[in-house]
Design a protein around this ligand. Structure first.
Ligand SMILES: NC(=O)c1ccc[n+]([C@@H]2O[C@H](COP(=O)([O-])OP(=O)(O)OC[C@H]3O[C@@H](n4cnc5c(N)ncnc54)[C@H](O)[C@@H]3O)[C@@H](O)[C@H]2O)c1
Length: 376
């Protein structure tokens, strides 16, 4: 375990209770934390990552340090042949991500990033409905995330420092963008970017933008981490297709079909609702939500089998980082790829364009066909 703050402590509890994991050691630069953990739980702790890596025989690491430290720490772990679970956002500079993916590939190591919404039953169901084609050609998607992180002026932590990966874009928006990538596809460009500060001095508190997809579909992103009307982060996705629409959040996946579709005979004309309680498998240990345990279990299984094709690998996380870099570049009025320091070295995965029945009928430009998993 590398980093034992808010997220690291959650992962620590989950990892420690996992029946197939032997937790060897942890590392955090905060001596108070490591002293207390060492003394009261017997955990072997280090203050320095290099020392831990030099001293211990490890198979895998979980990186939960402030975001600007991810790239360097992940690289050290990969160089030593360790599988890596890294918290989100994966990296702050896309070029680092490209280098780390190449390194993990070269060493045939398993990688995963902590986008836990990919393990939420209602979002998994949304992805299946979209992939089935039951909604028809998808033409618009909306991703929203709201919550009460910054409700008054405050400062002094990495979360409020722009160059350390702070702000609502890295903290909240990347979850919403990644969920769009999971359910529909990765935007190829963004426009109309609005970035506002409500309470923060150095970072944004809300972000709004339009997303454009390679197949002609459009989308909107709306994120605000200074919304006191929510008790905790709430992420919602809405997808519109020619045959219907779906709304998904952590609690449920609602689907409206204009006409029944043979690919999903269980969904009737009109509204069908699947609840997360019916879609979620039990986990051996519950903390914050099943998805947090499920993602660690997935990583453990993939690492055990050396399966590099698991959910949330570095590649899909880097797609999300690329979208974040595009928003950053647009915020500063830069063309992606040319802005100093945004690291936008390569374009995101393109969604192939295919013309559909209605397009041929009306003789218009191809509009978004459903972005199936294979199309991303
Ligand atoms: N997936 C999620 O829902 C989610 C939620 C919260 C945070 N996160 C991510 O998790 C990461 C950590 O966030 P957090 O809220 O736990 O932050 P935090 O500030 O609470 O914890 C970070 C920990 O890292 C330690 N640390 C700092 N520098 C270090 C170093 N050089 N070596 C070893 N330890 C060091 C700190 O002492 C601290 O204990 C971030 O990337 C964040 O974006 C993800």
């Amino acid at each position: 375990m590398i980093g034992l703050g808010k997220m690291g402590l959650s992962h620590l509890a989950i990892v420690r209770s996992h029946p197939q994991v032997n937790l060897v050691a942890a590392c955090d630069s905060n001596a108070y934390l490591t002293d207390v953990l060492g003394k009261h739980t017997g955990l072997k702790c280090y203050a320095d990552l290099d020392k831990m890596l030099d001293s211990e025989q490890l198979d895998a690491v979980v990186v939960s340090t402030p975001s600007k430290l991810h790239a360097g720490m992940v690289e050290k772990a990969l160089q030593r042949g360790l599988h890596v679970f890294c918290e989100k956002p994966f990296v702050l500079d896309v070029r680092d991500g490209e280098r780390l993916i190449a390194l993990a590939d070269e060493k045939k190591l398993v990688t995963q990033v902590g986008y836990h919404y990919r393990f939420v039953g209602a979002f998994q169901e949304a992805a299946k409905v979209v992939a089935s084609g039951a909604l028809g050609e998808i033409h618009h998607v909306r991703a929203e995330a709201y919550g009460p992180v910054v409700l008054r002026p405050k400062g002094g932590t990495w979360r409020t420092a722009k160059n350390e990966g702070g702000g609502a874009l890295y903290d909240y928006a990347c979850h919403a963008i990644d969920t769009v990538g999971m359910v529909f596809g990765v935007p190829t460009s963004v426009g109309g970017v609005v970035v506002n500060r409500l309470f923060s001095r150095d970072v944004e508190d809300e972000i709004y933008c339009t997303m454009h997809f390679g197949n002609g579909a459009s989308g909107q992103l709306a994120v605000n981490w200074s919304d006191e009307s929510y008790r905790k982060m709430s992420t919602r996705l809405t997808v519109w297709g020619r045959n219907g629409r779906l709304n998904a959040d952590r609690q449920e996946c609602q689907v409206f079909l204009r006409e029944p579709h043979p690919a999903r005979p269980d969904l009737t004309k009109g509204w069908s609702v699947r609840y997360t309680t019916d879609l979620t498998e039990e986990v051996w240990y519950y903390l914050r939500g099943e998805e947090y345990s499920a993602q660690i279990d997935h990583f453990v299984k993939c690492a055990g089998e050396r399966r590099a094709d698991g959910v949330n690998g570095f590649r899909s996380a880097l797609d999300t980082d690329r979208v974040v870099a595009m928003i950053r570049a647009a915020e500063h009025g830069e063309a992606p790829g040319h802005g100093p320091g945004n690291g936008f070295a390569a374009g995101p995965t393109r969604i192939p364009t295919r013309s559909g029945f209605w397009d041929r009928l009306f003789g218009r430009e191809p509009v978004a066909r459903m972005a199936s998993k294979g199309a991303r």
